[in-house]
Write a protein that binds this ligand. Structure first.
Ligand SMILES: Cc1cc2nc3c(=O)[nH]c(=O)nc-3n(C[C@H](O)[C@H](O)[C@H](O)COP(=O)(O)OP(=O)(O)OC[C@H]3O[C@@H](n4cnc5c(N)ncnc54)[C@H](O)[C@@H]3O)c2cc1C
Length: 474
């Protein structure tokens, strides 16, 4: 086989896009035939198997990527199993001369990548890895002493001081397809969609996974929401955030594309900075994951290992998971999560604080539920943010800052609109009643729509949490 006919294998992972994809770009520019491959590896050896909502997203995102590759003259090969072995198999069987991929950041994934690289090199292929999911590699943003930051603000200042990130790359207009026969699985056979029961109707009503859907959401955000972002991002009913988190998680859009599009937007500089700061948190969380590979299971501040968590009562946990705690903002958030696979950031903080501080359940219990139910479940952001709320993480909220879900609702959802959307039992009440239904005698009537009394006394449980914290500190 002539050098130029030995194909380039592009191993897609958390970069399910054709634009601004340096690995695909390199393969296209090499002039070689392109074999695009995705391997579903749910062995658990390389990191956490995806949760249910993420699997639903992945199915649709892979379908979109395949269609996009077909339009350009290639297609997406699907495999199931140990990803390093499957990719090495594709390299060997096709006689590939090049293997390209974007970097991943879980410890297990890196080890797997090392195995795949060794196998591909042994088979005679060149290998290249690209930075595509993050603006900077973890460990690259350092303080004056060459150390990692443990506090976000100086981290973000140092990140921005590095200058604008590189410009996004255009999608290849056409790809040279690989004519050779090579085994592939059917998308449906990967078993990513829920069947018995199929709980995904709400996700389907809410989202359009895939690169096109992501760019559509971005353009809509820039046109209608970004201008209100700085003032409105904490108001769950305002819906002014980008909702690009699942697309960033699966790499349907890159942080480079987002950064540059937002910088070009015709809004005041402080609004742009506010949004880019949130992207900065994502970078910070990945830096933390790099420094603490067990971020989802081990406290960053090991002093929290001694925290006296309460025993989990399955009924109480189910009430939290299903939005039946009798605390309206908490229930609204948990129902939004169950129905759409996403929850507003402010409400994520409130529901997490309620679980950790009012119920005094270990943050890992909540982290696991979010992992399974969020379409944007992210190994860095989810674990880091749960630890942030718990107080055990980096630059975390102090433990003694216990969110009062009623006051949070009154402040950030003053008319109770968000509550009314997700807790229809309270829709007929005025704002005060929506936040504190227990103060409205009619909600206690047998004929009124059923809404439970709070499962926990907010004031007493807050005090118990603070006492427990004091005990931990000794
Ligand atoms: C308990 C808890 C769990 C969370 N779990 C996840 C998770 O699994 N995946 C996830 O992407 N985010 C998580 N977040 C962070 C945040 O809530 C979401 O990123 C955000 O709500 C996504 O909505 P958006 O895309 O509209 O955000 P925007 O406000 O439009 O922000 C743009 C992007 O910046 C990033 N971002 C925004 N806020 C944060 C933040 N606080 N920390 C890190 N990155 C941020 C996200 O990638 C987001 O898409 C969690 C927060 C909490 C408190």
């Amino acid at each position: 086989m002539a050098e130029q006919d030995a194909p380039a294998v592009v191993w897609f992972r958390d970069d399910l896009r054709v634009s601004d994809n340096p690995a695909l770009r390199e393969a296209a520019d090499s002039g070689r035939p392109v074999i695009a491959v995705y391997v579903l590896d749910d062995s658990g050896d390389t990191g956490r198997p995806l949760g249910g909502a993420s699997r639903w997203w992945l199915h649709h995102s892979l379908a979109a990527l395949h269609a996009s590759l077909v339009k350009r003259g290639a297609s997406l090969l699907l495999r199931h199993g140990d990803a390093a072995e499957e990719v090495a198999d594709v390299v060997r069987r096709s006689g590939a001369g090049l293997l390209t991929m974007s970097r991943r950041y879980n410890r297990g994934e890196r080890e797997q990548d090392d195995r795949a690289v060794r196998a591909a090199e042994q088979a005679g292929a060149e290998v290249s890895l690209h930075t595509a999911a993050l603006l900077h590699e973890p460990g690259e943003v350092l303080n004056g002493d060459g150390e990692r930051f443990s506090v976000f603000s100086p981290f973000f200042r140092a990140l921005t001081a590095k200058g604008a990130p590189r410009e996004p790359l255009p999608a290849p207009a056409a790809l040279r397809g690989w004519p050779g026969p090579i085994e592939t699985e059917e998308l449906a056979d990967l078993g990513l969609l829920p069947t018995e029961p199929d709980w995904s109707a709400g996700l389907g009503e809410t989202w359009t996974p895939g690169e096109k859907g992501a760019h559509h959401r971005l353009e809509e955000f820039l046109a209608h929401r970004l201008a209100h972002y700085a003032d409105g991002r904490d108001l769950p009913a305002a819906e002014v955030t980008s909702r690009l988190s699942p697309s960033l998680k699966f790499g349907e859009i890159s942080p480079y594309q987002l950064w540059h599009r937002v910088q070009q937007a015709d809004v005041p500089a402080e609004v742009r900075t506010k949004f880019l700061t949130e992207l900065g948190w994502r970078e910070f969380d990945y830096d933390l994951l790099d420094a603490h590979p067990d971020l989802d299971t081990v406290n960053v501040h090991r002093g929290f290992d001694a925290f006296p968590w309460a025993d989990v009562d399955d009924e109480v946990l189910a009430a939290w998971q299903q939005g039946r705690t009798g605390v309206p903002l908490v229930d609204a958030g948990m129902r939004q999560l169950w129905h759409t696979g996403w929850m507003h950031n402010r409400v994520r903080m409130v529901t997490a604080s309620f679980l950790i501080k009012n119920l005094r359940y270990d943050w890992r219990v909540g982290e696991r539920w979010f992992w399974d139910t969020l379409v944007d479940a992210d190994p860095a952001n989810n674990a880091a943010q749960w630890q942030w709320v718990a107080g055990s993480g980096a630059d975390a909220a102090p433990f003694f800052r216990v969110f009062n879900p009623v006051l949070q609702g009154q402040k950030f959802d003053p008319k109770g609109e968000y509550i009314a959307t997700w807790v229809p039992e309270l829709r007929h009440l005025d704002a005060k009643g929506r936040h504190e239904p227990w103060t409205v005698p009619s909600t206690l009537d047998a004929d009124a729509p059923a809404y439970p009394a709070p499962i926990v006394d907010l004031k007493a449980s807050r005090q118990e949490a603070l006492d427990a914290y004091q005990r931990m500190r000794g």
